[in-house]
Ligand binder design. Structure first.
Ligand code: Z5A
Length: 218
């Protein structure tokens, strides 16, 4: 039977440390003997990874870029494939699933960031996501957009991939994303656990572990 309790997501703005903390949590739970599927959105399944490339490769001509609803439809299509091929099968066999971003990102980016009505996004979620699954715990890594972009750009300049479609947006866009995540956290304070991502990696990691210990006693 699908154990939705074991579905955990990481959310937040660019460069907040989601991938770092998701990986650390997965390693810790594996060390405690659990099966863990560490995955991400957009992407996570071969089909969804192809859609990811489509979304994140911005057309250099602004007037040729996808509008907000087109992006939301692409994210929903990727999410459906990811859920069908990876998330549901893993939850069905009792594994933890840790996803680096999920549907809260659509609300924050395409809703608050690009102005797609939230009601449209909710309908899209209900249509695309099998059994309308939602995570039981979401860690929202909170960091100012200025600091997050600086971290992401430092990583890009030293080792990472080229700046993507969202990284290229101006600061005001990223501020709206922060407002969006804040609204989500206020609406669902039990599911969404706020983590101060401005601290060092170890301190943020320990906050996350203590919440996991309390909720799951792994
Ligand atoms: N998107 C959307 O619009 N709609 C949707 O429905 C979904 C997504 C699902 C995916 O980008 C984009 O898709 C995303 C939203 C959009 N775009 N944005 N912006 P992505 O997957 O390529 O990138 P990301 O999700 O934004 O993550 P990121 O930039 O890779 O950052 P992160 O995962 O939060 O951080 P990190 O990689 O763990 O750390 C960044 C750097 O900071 C790295 O060098 C770390 O070593 C360092 N770091 C990490 N933690 C710390 C601490 N505590 N102190 C100092 N330095 C740290």
């Amino acid at each position: 039977m699908t154990d939705l309790l074991k579905f955990i997501t990481f959310e937040g703005g660019e460069g907040a440390g989601k991938s770092t903390q998701a990986r650390l949590l997965a390693d810790w739970l594996r060390g405690a003997g659990h099966e863990v599927v560490l995955t991400r959105e957009p992407g996570g399944s071969p089909g969804a990874e192809r859609i990811r490339t489509l979304i994140l490769t911005a057309d250099p001509q602004p007037e040729q870029r996808f509008d907000g609803l087109t992006e939301a439809l692409l994210h929903a299509a990727a999410r459906r494939d990811h859920c069908l091929k990876v998330v549901m099968p893993a939850l069905d066999r009792g594994a933890f699933v840790i996803s680096d971003r999920f549907s809260d990102s659509t609300i924050a980016y395409q809703g608050f960031g690009l102005g797609v009505p939230l009601e449209t996004l909710t309908r899209l979620h209900d249509l695309a996501v099998p059994r309308c699954i939602r995570p039981s715990t979401t860690f929202l890594l909170e960091l100012s957009p200025e600091d997050g972009l600086a971290r992401a750009r430092h990583r890009t300049s030293t080792s990472g991939p080229a700046i993507d479609r969202y990284e290229a947006e101006e600061l005001e866009f990223h501020q709206r994303i922060g407002v969006g995540f804040n609204a989500i956290a206020e609406a669902e304070p039990n599911r969404v656990q706020r983590i101060d991502a401005g601290r060092c990696v170890d301190e943020a990691e320990e906050s996350i572990r203590s919440i996991i210990r309390f909720r799951y006693q792994p």
